[in-house]
Design a protein. Structure first.
Length: 104
């Protein structure tokens, strides 16, 4: 059984998106930048939200303590107003390189 609801198609699972997400120390939601991410799934319940991973920003990744050499990326829940579908080219343009074990 999936933890996600049936997706209504506005933001399909695995879609490349831009999502409002705070960078360190920015508490003003109006200033949050649009960062590259991917849709994990649509959440059940009223007022649809989507679970989004910010996987286009290597500088936000942290080492996974349970799986050496693997990285954990932040995720968030956002409503449709805080998500934009994007092209692969735009997603890549806004991305930062993924970390490597040598970089940390």
């Amino acid at each position: 059984m999936s933890m996600y609801a049936e997706n209504d198609g506005r933001f399909p699972d695995d879609a490349a998106v831009l999502v409002r997400y705070p960078l360190k120390g920015d508490d003003d939601r109006d200033n949050w930048p649009w960062l590259p991410g991917s849709i994990l799934g649509q959440c059940p319940g009223p007022g649809p939200e989507w679970h989004v991973v910010i996987d286009g920003r290597g500088d936000l990744a942290e080492p996974d303590p349970d799986h050496p050499g693997e990285w954990l990326y932040p995720a968030c829940f956002r409503t449709a107003e805080e998500i934009q579908l994007t092209t692969e080219d735009e997603w890549a343009r806004r991305s930062t390189p993924s970390p490597t074990s040598e970089a940390r």
